[in-house]
Design a protein around this ligand. Structure first.
Ligand code: UDP
Length: 260
């Protein structure tokens, strides 16, 4: 791995130069951060699970015609992706109130929203990803109106599809965050889904018990984080209960090693 050129290192993933121009390798780390880096930890096996869950979801989405950067999974922690120019806008889709919308608008967590709500955030750690509107996106040139239209319609389609997919395995898709990039192919540019979709970027609650099966277990010190991510992978049929250990490079020790 050290032979490869590292292009970018984020909080939960590293991007390496790929085998040919236009391709990158996306490596999933076990690191977890929350509250803009204030809370840090390592969750053994998280990267392996997110690699598999994101592979599964991106594959299902491309089957219904959603364009994505994903090509194929390479190994336990890596996937081959197309290099795109990331649009610095995080698109959040919400079905049920939780997290920041509950705080901001004083809506109890778990309240069904009257309809799905899409929000935009400026992808900027120094500014703590502030919420923005379409006006900001176009005025500052982060994306043009047609790109915003594309991101909005693809995001709503993803929401419908993933809500059904998770419902089928007894999970409520509360909210999630998407990122998009520009991909140039033969003089043409199109908007494609990038980054990852995993329990790090979604809120997933068990339909019966409301048990949280996502990163809120880390944010809120609820414990058993990797077990919850594993449960998501198992319910989706990605892994069988019998070969859980094989998934992880590390032993099936699921404790969080807190750094702070
Ligand atoms: N989210 C994310 N990355 C971010 C911010 C949010 O993946 O930088 C996801 C988060 O996991 C949740 C959804 O987007 O599924 C909405 O997050 P919210 O605005 O409620 O923020 P939070 O509670 O994480 O501060």
């Amino acid at each position: 791995m050290s032979r490869r050129r590292r292009i970018y290192e984020g909080k939960a993933k590293v991007l390496y130069e790929g085998p040919e121009p236009g391709l990158l390798v996306q490596y999933f780390k076990d690191d977890a951060t929350a509250f803009n880096n204030e809370k840090k930890g390592v969750i053994d096996g998280k990267g392996v699970l997110n690699n598999r869950i994101s592979e599964y979801l991106f594959t299902r989405l491309s089957e219904i015609g959603v364009p994505t950067h994903f090509i194929r999974r390479l190994n336990m922690r890596e996937q081959l992706i197309r290099e795109v120019e990331i649009i610095p806008v995080e698109v959040v889709v919400r079905n049920v109130a939780a997290g920041s919308i509950s705080k901001r608008l004083d809506i109890p967590e778990g309240t069904n929203l009257p309809r799905s709500i899409v929000e935009y955030y400026f992808k900027n750690d120094e500014l703590n990803d502030p919420m923005i509107s379409e006006e900001h996106i176009t005025a500052f040139g982060w994306a043009n109106p047609s790109e915003i239209d594309d991101m909005l319609s693809i995001s709503l389609r993803i929401n419908d599809f993933l809500s059904g997919l998770f419902f089928g395995v007894g999970i409520r898709l509360i909210d999630f965050k998407l990122e998009y990039g520009r991909l140039w192919q033969e003089e043409e540019m199109r908007i494609v889904l990038a980054d990852e979709i995993s329990p790090d970027s979604c809120r997933l609650w068990d339909i019966e018990s409301d048990k949280k099966l996502d990163k809120d277990r880390f944010r809120r010190y609820l414990g058993n984080i990797a077990e919850a991510y594993r449960e998501v992978a198992q319910r989706l049929g990605i892994i069988q209960e019998t070969n859980i250990e094989e998934l992880s490079n590390t032993k099936a020790d699921l404790t969080v090693r807190g750094k702070s």
